[in-house]
Write a protein that binds this ligand. Sequence first.
Ligand SMILES: Cc1ncc(C[n+]2csc(CCOP(=O)(O)OP(=O)(O)O)c2C)c(N)n1
Ligand SMILES: CC(=O)[C@@H](O)[C@H](O)COP(=O)(O)O
Ligand SMILES: [Mg+2]
Length: 614
Amino acid sequence: MTTLLDQINLPADLRALDREDLPQVAGELRQFLLDSISTTGGHFASNLGAVELTIALHYVFNTPYDRIVWDVGHQSYPHKVLTGRRERMSTMRKQNGLAGFPKREESEYDTFGVGHSSTSIGAALGFAEAAKLQGEDRKAIAIIGDGSMTAGMAFEALNNAGDRDVDLLVILNDNEMSISPNVGALNNYLAKMLSGKFYNGFRNVSGRMLDKVPPLRELAKRSEEQLKGLFTPGLLFEEFGFNYIGPIDGHDIDTLVTTLSNIKKLSGPQFLHVVTKKGQGYKLAVADPVKYHAVTPFTPENGMTGKSGSSKPSFTQVFGDWLCDMAAKDERLVGITPAMREGSGLVKFAEQYPTRYFDVGIAEQHAVTFAGGMACEGVKPVVAIYSTFLQRAYDQLVHDVALQNLPVVFAIDRAGLVGADGPTHAGSFDYSFLRCIPNMAILAPGDENECRQMLYTAFLHDGPTAVRYPRGSGIGATVQEEMTALPWGKGEIRRKGSKVAILSFGTRLGAALHAGEALDATVANMRFVKPLDDALVAELAASHDLIVTVEDNAIMGGAGSAVLESLSAQGITVQTLLLGLPDSYVEHGEQNQLLADCGLDGAGVEAAIRKKLG
Ligand SMILES: Cc1ncc(C[n+]2csc(CCOP(=O)(O)OP(=O)(O)O)c2C)c(N)n1
Ligand SMILES: CC(=O)[C@@H](O)[C@H](O)COP(=O)(O)O
Ligand SMILES: [Mg+2]
């Protein structure tokens, strides 16, 4: 029964309801989300946790005139339902369907495109300053989770905003979780704020509103500071120049509406601390929010079975197993993750080697520099990181690691197209952005076994190395336990043919082999994007009429470009065809379908070569 929800197409409809009706709206919306996400899959626990907050925000603020900016955006499903997209929720993350994150093209209520974390405060400050310049009295509101708050970007924006006279509201949605339990000193600070020792129940926020009267506020602060040992909630944010309000119960819709209505009357930077539970309303998710962070379709009565459905190990698993095996062999090895323990395959390593496991929080830049520091001291860091998130740590890669030629292994997961998460999460650019960095080596396995052997090869190398592999599984190659170093900078011929030579980089090897069979072409598994096997390139160019490169990286500046540079440097002229990701963002959808749409499946590679041959 969704009698009230049925009346809401847009936030204006919600605002027409009586305040007393809102708890029922929340109940109906939560049930709708449970039904909908359990059918489509997608981000789950954070959405259930954000139901009341979302309703209260759209009820109190005049959206879309007032700007709501979500952080990460994986909690934006309730927002999508309330902003005219309820009917399309069944298309969530499917090709041509709704995106899993806010997207400006999708709705005027999606003020800022997002997917990577910790951008909301900066973007909302941008909205607030723009409003000031344009003489608009709209409000800008950033909603950021406790996990996302750990990133440098969030603090850079707080630092900037706290010194500005702008109508900016930052809402910290504190559920004491990142994807896995949140880490770090800020997390400890927030936990202390909520712990029974210092704080009993939620604060009387209407009292706190008086804080806006400067003399009272100063007086209160000074006397609080004088009471040594007394923990003052929010002092950190007050010192950052914000008026701290909270913590309040983020599932008590009445309190939320009252508090937000009061805050709306205030000017200057405001900070509201809201406490929620990940998975609220669905017992299994509350009990295991890690498992229910993102889900594949499941039946609500039984919950997630936890089975992947594939008998083949994913590349992530291959990496996780290798890391444990390598750690047993070499006690200098440490594993570093910027808050992606589960996704990066580090669960087993974290259990087996707790003192050598470092979750640094959502802090990719720091993760890379931290690894550099360790490498200087003879420790052997392996940074497990998604391709898309490594983008954020580019200067650290160049300046802190590669320039000093430090032996850090980057295990780059989610390279190429990732599927349902779409362009915010696609790892389409790593060959291009890594290739131009001196000292950097880039290895791209063609299958799972090669992935393990490459990780080993990279680990032995005395300099920065990247091994990049995609989301999911490959062809199902048997992974040999024994580790054997591969010849450095050398590719291999996988099939001998004539006229056409296909140079494959990474896991598009299967597609290249398919085309090779169909066209009787030579197929080389190049293995190294850098150092490139120039001798093999020259040999194949000399013995074939057409050189074709295949990769799941952007065609611009990728492995194909490396081959062109090599041919040019060697003074070789030959016909070429470069196949890779287009110079445009590939939207969300099913991973294999998207690859096929880009012409990177077997049929696509074959067709492109036939076309070139005329
Ligand atoms: C820059 C960046 N690094 C990592 C991630 C992966 N990621 C998505 S959600 C998430 C946890 C965020 O925690 P929090 O902000 O507290 O939101 P919650 O999941 O608790 O609702 C992480 C690590 C990301 N989206 N962006
Ligand atoms: C929102 C976010 O950034 C993560 O939750 C991401 O969606 C995880 O992707 P994987 O499912 O590929 O681990
Ligand atoms: Mg959280």
